[in-house]
Design a protein around this ligand. Structure first.
Ligand code: FDP
Length: 391
């Protein structure tokens, strides 16, 4: 249930009861640098950047109370301190941001031969996806607020030493799109944060936060928190600071498609019909084969649809815990919808760490079309004209 805390780039104010708990000083510089100095693998320390005049006023007075607003131009630390009173969650998300910053550097400087990309600097010569995995586990351990973590690379619960009460468990895909990293396509990290010590028997809707790190021409950290609206994009600046550059609160209608697992159209004729519909209606094709950039474009362009559909001969590949649920959280917080064909992917119970599912993300009409075309009806339909490909 969304909440008492509100945080907008434009407009709305926090209730006084909540705003009194927020201040830009909640995350101290020493706190940030402690995260950074946890490991030599984290690379050089972040130079702490003093607040520039472009940072909009974070606290303002109105007649009755002090209020706090998240603003475009805030640093990650400023944003988080206004967005949530949960210091443990703030610390965890900042530590993960430091790992993303280092992974971005390692991806940029990896040497690639064949299909493997190896970090050839430093003491350890590791494939970048293995290195990313290691950095993320380190960051979580160092946050002191992570109980269990598991990754697509290490799909077993690892005890990170944090508390159950007031702590979190985190599932992550360290380097999604590792098969395209050598081609210099955009790749990314995905993670979801659940309260306490459970990563099974929970749903994506139970997440308190989810995020992705995107390593493209620019590096961005895109995150959403349960208690505030919107999905928020932070840009990595040269000096190492994450700058809040965009909020997405609505995914509108627009003809852009990103069709995964097309081989399934061979024996899933309904998926074939959906693809034919996109082509007939002259949708723009935007597909890289990396789920992070392919889904992120929906949030950035505020339109479009991503599909990855299964068939008897081309089974579901995407993992619910590590990829589909966190990205579903980001898309739905951005005002979009998700579906496995019948329901939101956020309502699917994660029974096993390795559960797989088919998925679509996109605007409301695109998800209605996806469900109607594949299964004849859509739960999102409240009357009106059918939009399915067969209509
Ligand atoms: P990858 O195997 O390169 O890591 O989740 C894995 C993923 O990439 C997604 O990023 C991508 O959308 C999908 O697999 C692509 O699958 P195919 O290679 O089977 O098309």
């Amino acid at each position: 249930m969304e909440a008492t805390v509100t945080c907008y780039s434009r407009g709305a104010f926090l209730p006084a009861s909540v705003s009194s708990m927020h201040s830009t000083s909640m995350v101290s510089p020493s706190f940030t640098s402690r995260c950074l100095k946890s490991s030599s693998l984290f690379g050089e320390s972040l130079r702490l950047v003093s607040k520039s005049s472009s940072v909009k006023a974070s606290r303002a007075n109105n007649s009755s109370s002090s209020v706090t607003k998240c603003e475009i131009g805030d640093s990650l630390e400023e944003f988080l301190s206004k967005a949530t009173p949960d210091k443990g969650l703030i610390r965890l998300l900042i530590c993960m941001g430091e790992a993303l910053r280092t992974i971005s550097f390692k991806v940029r400087t990896a040497s690639c031969g064949g299909t493997a990309c190896v970090n050839s600097f430093g003491d350890e010569q590791l494939a970048v996806d293995v290195l990313a995995d290691k950095l993320l586990f380190e960051a979580l351990q160092y946050s002191h607020f992570c109980k269990y973590a598991c990754s697509e690379e290490v799909p077993e619960l690892q005890d990170m030493g944090g508390p159950v009460e007031g702590g979190f468990s985190v599932a992550f895909d360290p380097l999604d799109g590792s098969s395209i990293v050598d081609t210099n396509f955009t790749v990314g990290t995905i993670f979801g944060v659940w309260p306490g010590d459970k990563l099974t028997g929970v749903t994506g809707r139970d997440q308190v936060a989810a995020a992705m790190g995107i390593y493209g021409p620019r590096t961005t950290y895109v995150l959403a928190l349960k208690d505030i609206p919107g999905t928020h994009e932070f840009l990595l600046l040269d000096e190492g600071k994450w700058l809040h550059v965009k909020d997405t609160t609505l995914i509108g209608e627009g003809k852009m498609f990103s069709p995964g697992n097309l081989r399934a159209t061979f024996d899933n004729t309904d998926y074939g019909k959906l693809i034919e519909y996109y082509v007939k209606e002259k949708y723009t094709l935007r597909y890289t084969g990396g789920m992070v950039p392919d889904v992120n474009q929906i949030i950035v362009k505020e339109k479009g649809v991503f599909t990855n559909v299964a068939s008897p001969s081309a089974k579901a590949k995407l993992r619910l815990l590590f990829e589909v649920a966190p990205l579903g959280f980001l898309i739905e917080k951005a005002g979009g919808h998700s579906s496995d064909g019948y329901k939101s992917v956020l309502d699917k119970v994660i029974n096993n760490l390795d559960d797989r599912t088919q998925v679509a993300y996109g605007s409301k009409n695109e998800i209605i079309r996806f469900e109607e075309t594949l299964y004849g009806s859509s739960r999102l339909k409240a009357g009106g004209v059918p939009v399915g490909a067969a209509a």
